[in-house]
Design a protein around this ligand. Sequence first.
Ligand SMILES: C[S@@+](CC[C@H](N)C(=O)[O-])C[C@H]1O[C@@H](n2cnc3c(N)ncnc32)[C@H](O)[C@@H]1O
Length: 308
Amino acid sequence: MSPRNDPDARTWRELRVEVTERLVDVVGDAAPAEARWIVLEASGLDDAEILVEDDEPAPALARHRIEAMVERRRAGEPLQYVLGSWQFRGIDVMVDRRVLIPRPETEVVVQVAIDELVARGARLGRTDPWAAGITEFAVADLGTGSGAIALALAAELPDAAVWATDVSDDALAVARANLSSIGTAATRVRLVRGRWFDALPIELRGGLRLVVSNPPYVTAAEHPALPADVRDHEPYGALVSGDSGLEDLEHLIAHAGEWLEPGGALVLELAPHQAEAAVTRAREVGFVAVDVRPDLTGRPRALVARRP
Ligand SMILES: C[S@@+](CC[C@H](N)C(=O)[O-])C[C@H]1O[C@@H](n2cnc3c(N)ncnc32)[C@H](O)[C@@H]1O
């Protein structure tokens, strides 16, 4: 049936109002913004196109998709899983419940890592398609999840060979699907399965210019008190490290020195209250220029340390 003869037909604008009303008791003030995302996703249009089409009737198929998305959101599923993808440093990253949703603070961690590499002479810029496979230095993103950090590094550092690892086959399947979102730069990303440094080939030992990770850093005891959308939907293994929350951070700090080249940088995301312990540990194992950089809200978030 053509939308014009459909008695249930509503325009994109009307659907946005309807979705806002249906979400307001679940997400409060975020309802108009979420309604906009959901309707836009179902429409298949971009921001500019929907402005032109706003008073046109939406096809029945799009209405059904919107209905399904609203039901999932009303049941508490995170918006990013409902939409199926989320932007990370300008890259469209597919996400579902196999992986952690990439966070804005992790975008800052990537910036810190890039700044460290640029300070040592790395070239910046989107990949030159003619030189896609040519690399000058190696970096590792350990616990890559959706691949967000690794993909951003490969897309923004045209000379980097990026090793992206995870212990979860499910996460690696998502990261693999996301390779296509960075075009030819993906030829410089390798995905490998394994626990932290065990995943890396032995030839890389002592040769990495950067080790970056956003490891699990929540304690087992904190997990039940996390916001329900995080606790009930995001993978436990991506969130929880152990009893202290520092287990994975400590493991990475203890072993990164063996894998970095002299002058190479370690950049780790952490929770603000873990900053002091992580700095102490990094100095104890011989790192220099140890510092913690803030996230967008000004809280300590990224440990930076250099192998002498
Ligand atoms: C906090 S998530 C980070 C995901 C992604 N890097 C990001 O920033 O959005 C932590 C990731 O580490 C992985 N992970 C947990 N334990 C691991 C281990 N022992 N070795 C390797 N990866 C591990 C999880 O599967 C998860 O994908």
